[in-house]
Design a protein around this ligand. Sequence first.
Ligand SMILES: [Ca+2]
Length: 124
Amino acid sequence: MRKGIFCVVISLMSILTSKMVLAQEGFVFRKWATVTPAAGWAFQAGDFTGDGKIDVVGYHPSDGTVWVGTNAGSQFSFRKWATVTPAAGWAFQAGDFTGDGKIDVVGYHPSDGTLWVGTNSGRY
Ligand SMILES: [Ca+2]
């Protein structure tokens, strides 16, 4: 009898513990975009449009296109901002490399070890 009560207490503690863990989680996920093709993209975050909201830049190695997903508050609206050659093999990072307050991208290509800054023209 005592063992049964002990097991019930342990079960209740397990349930309470799992709910406490759920209450501590801080991310609530909502879909903001769907990209095509589905696979193969590499994304970086940055405020590319300069409106104070963090956007995303996506690169796809199948055609070398670089797209900015403008943050519209609850969705990303994608537009092509550049095409790099060769199409495949690049790795990008975002940052204000020119110091003008606009977020640029730097691309590294391992075929020859070069780094290329894609200056943000501000025309979007
Ligand atoms: Ca922005």
